[in-house]
Structures are given as C-alpha cells and as structure tokens.
Design a protein around this ligand. Sequence first.
Ligand code: SF4
Ligand code: SF4
Length: 299
Amino acid sequence: MNKKNRLYYYYRMFKWKILGDRTPIAAAIKITQRCNLKCKHCTWQNKITKDLSFAEWKNIIDDLYKQGVRVIVIEGGEPTLHRDASQIVEYIKSKDIYIIYITNGTQDISTINPDVFWISIDGMRDTHNHLRGPNVFEKMIETLKKNQNKKIISLTTLSKTNAKDVEPLCEYFSQSNLLYGLMFHFSYPYNDIKDPTLNAVERREIAQNMIQLKKKYPKLMNSESYLKTVGGEKKCYPWLLVVVTADGKQQQGCMVRHIEKEDCSKCDMGCYGELSRFYEFKRDTNKFWSKNFGLPRLF
Ligand code: SF4
Ligand code: SF4
C-alpha cells in the first residue's frame, strides 16, 4: 500500500472517529445467489435466482466507490456461476479497490484474477463432504493444485460439526503449499440453519485454543484481538460493511438483518469481528488486514 492510501485511511479514521461519519469501507457483493452445491449450513443459496447484468453491477460498483468502499468481497451463491464474473473482477480492479473472491472451489477459477481468493473449507475430507456433498473436498483440492500461482486463503465457518477439525486443517495445510493461510470464524444460528451452531462457551474455548495454535501454525491468520473477543462482550461496528444481494439491493450494516432480527450475543462472524477490531486500532488486526487484505498499516 502506498503512502497516499495510508493518508486516505487516516482521513477516513478522522471522519469516522471525530466527525461521527458512518460511511462503509467494505462491501460484500453477492453477484449471484445461484449455487451448484446445497451445503447443510447455507442460508443464502438460491434465495434469488436471477442475476444482474455486468452493466448493472458496474453502476452498483461505481456507487459503492462513491460511498467510500475500498475493499470488495465477491461472494454468492457461487460467484463463478455469474457469466461475467471475471469482467466484474477486472472492473473493480480498475477502480483501485481491493478484491477478495469467495468460492466453493468446485468451478474453474483459472481466468479470474482477484487480489485474493477465499476458498470455503469446512473441515477435513469427511466433514467437508458431509456438509457440502460427495467428492466436494476432492474437487476443491484439485482446484488448489491447479491454481498454485494464485493467492488463496481458506475460510472455515465453525459449527458443532467441524469444530474438531481446526487443528487437523492447520496441520494438513501447513505441510503443503496449497494455501497462503487459513482463516476461521463462527456460524450464526439463523432460524433455518440445518447445521448445529456452537454456544458462546464453546466458541470461546475454541478461540482460546486457536490463540495457542497460532504459535505452532503461523498460517493461522485470525488476529489475536478478534479471537480474544469470541464468545464474550464486544462492540460491533456493522456500518463498516455494506451487503449487496444478487438483486442489487444494498443494506449497510448487519448481514443477519437481511434474513431475520439479529442477536449479537450469538454472533462471532469474523468479517464483522476483524473489521470492528481494525476500527478500534488493534495493532495485530491492522497487521492482519494489511498483510492479507489490502488495507494499509496505520500504526
Ligand atoms: S457453496 Fe456457499 S452458497 Fe453454495 S450452498 Fe454452499 S455455502 Fe451456500
Ligand atoms: S449480529 Fe453480528 S454482525 Fe450483526 S450487529 Fe450483531 S455482532 Fe454485528
């Protein structure tokens, strides 16, 4: 990140903290909600089945940029099913916005070039296939092998089903060059979720263990500041993020509100957790965002 960008972020921090401005810095855009999988824990897939065109997404991206968004997470559904996925990525890049692209790893991603991929890995082979479907783990590993020239980080959403797989995943991927890093967070107990979620005590215990595992596995990327808040009292600043659904509807703030009334005592979603710690000037969280996700070092 160059100095100009660092100054820009100081300017944004000044506006947020001193002037009380509440404009977002990041956006999660669901360019399609269609998906080729039917994961047990999914709340979003196929809720909207029609995709917007590239021209419509260009307008949305222009608008997000004007609002102050400088990091975009492309997600779904499986975003690769949008016929213009790579064009959308290139357009975002042309605007000097950092792009994170979330995929389930079953589709061809060779022609898509975001700054970083987050690939969904829900556990070791049996767990992953139990949650996502037969042979999905094997397909995802094939995708990793074919795309070793790309920066790919795993994203694991923890529930009662896969909590036991944290260390085996760290061990497995530390032995190979398939991933740049591993990132974990916790599933939210939406009313219609089929995969059993963890309670606050269990989440806290797992997060405390992860703080220890970070010493053994440097690829485990979550910031200690985020992990320390898991399962306990913390402040969330959900307005830092705006969510755009596949029909183009924008909603700044809490993602849960798209689906149902939120309950913060049950939530340890990593995107909001890590962004909120960044806003609180936690040094290790700033390092986490700057090393891996395009935000500059501010302190
Ligand atoms: S790959 Fe993602 S969007 Fe598709 S069903 Fe699984 S969790 Fe849902
Ligand atoms: S439910 Fe989670 S993301 Fe939403 S406001 Fe509460 S803590 Fe933040």
